[in-house]
Design a protein around this ligand. Sequence first.
Ligand code: GTP
Length: 373
Amino acid sequence: MSASPAPVEKQGERVEKLSGVDAVVLVGGQGTRLRPLTLSAPKPMLPTAGVPFLTHLLSRIRAAGITHVVLGTSYKASVFEEYFGDGSRLGLELEYVVEDTPLGTGGGIRNAASRLRAEHIMVFNGDILSGVDLGAVAHSHLDNDADVTLHLVKVADPRAFGCVPTDADGRVLAFLEKTENPPADQINAGCYVFKRSVLEEIPADRPVSVERETFPGLLERGARLQGHVDTSYWLDLGTPAAFVKGSADLVRGLAPSDALPGPTGEAIVLDGALVREGAKLVNGSTIGAGAQVGPGATVDGSVVFDGAVIGANAVVTGSVIGANARIGDGAVLRGAVIGDGAVVGARCELLEGLRLWPGASLADGSVRFSHDA
Ligand code: GTP
């Protein structure tokens, strides 16, 4: 069952310590904010920089020295095992647990308990792109003998998030809801280390939110919750705008990944894609396998899925073009999400957040949608 381990890049004590840690990755969410893309694939399986997003996360987990990973699935559960199998291609031993009814983040973690073997468990939200040193998070946890350690990230504007203040020793003081005047600029980054005994206290077989129920409950009863504050790259890929930014940052080498050979420049063009003369691919775009970009077209900071067609002189900026979708000649798209197989007619303009559902069709020149129209 276990795979021959891939070479581990980071050697030394950190890697040794992490080899005694199991990982749980939560991938069961419906990804509603990313519809219509998530109608056909769960969010962690959407292609980013040429591979499913989850590949980047799993590769980072492996590079940190963790080899046993349990995926907590629910929405479109079978897709994960079909793609990753036993994990051996990534040097991992992958197991899958399925929630027939979604159990939320806490319930999803608890549902993996029967498969866990290590005394300390690193838990990941499956939609976070982060450069945090996983070894350092585990060290904080072990050195402080914490019940749970949370990766906390500092953000420029914490008003949009609940914040998590800590004391001088890094001990978590509170979990605060969104407010206009947050007392700290650090937020829950969606990566935790649990003592297994604490993880097993989460109620089984009912939905539990780890953020709203488990952590505040642990704090109330005096458990040691440690914050590991960090300022490295961090992005939650939950929205279309974040998804295109994350993919572009991966392509340009601004976001860390152990699944790519290194920075690839302005664009990644996958096998069998055809880019016609005079087309421009810039700002970290990805052109999927078998896709076509017409002459004079510009694809700027966008993700074009497999088999999609971008017409001549079209301009596609900060957008996601679903598999086999067709964008007509001279069309202009900015911040748009086009579902699989949808058709945008020639010279249509779709600006700022417009989403077209799979298979929908807009006739040539029929739409000019923008805030200033
Ligand atoms: P939205 O519907 O757009 O909010 O996305 P989401 O469903 O992914 O929810 P959210 O971004 O809050 O989820 C954070 C992480 O937890 C993601 O990696 C989800 O896949 C995962 N997740 C959310 N709910 C569940 C659940 O009920 N079970 C499991 N196993 N994972 C979950």
